[in-house]
Design a binder for this molecule. Structure first.
Ligand SMILES: [Ca+2]
Ligand SMILES: [Ca+2]
Length: 90
């Protein structure tokens, strides 16, 4: 799968190496409420993951950002959804 194929309804995206395998993965925030982790499989393209990754369906997405919010050395995700913010970690 390409990122463009998975990006319908996307209102925000962030790229980082979320599984520490030295390639950039992507998280897409969706206006439809289901965020998607795109696992970079290199020559195979990206594999879409949703449920089971810690990402959950929510209200209308507004955006996503990545950073080490809790200082544990691992990337965390912060989603803007609906009228407030929620935080998810993968
Ligand atoms: Ca990766
Ligand atoms: Ca962290």
């Amino acid at each position: 799968m390409t990122i463009a194929a998975a990006a319908g309804g996307t209102v925000g995206s962030v790229f980082a190496d979320f599984d520490a395998d030295r390639d950039l993965d992507a998280v897409l925030s969706s206006a439809g409420g289901q965020d998607t982790l795109l696992d970079n499989r290199r020559e195979e393209g990206f594999a879409a993951r949703g449920r089971g990754t810690g990402l959950a369906a929510h209200g209308a997405g507004r955006g996503v950002a990545a950073g080490d919010v809790d200082g544990d050395g691992l990337a965390d995700l912060v989603f803007a959804a609906g009228p407030g913010l929620r935080c998810g970690c993968i």
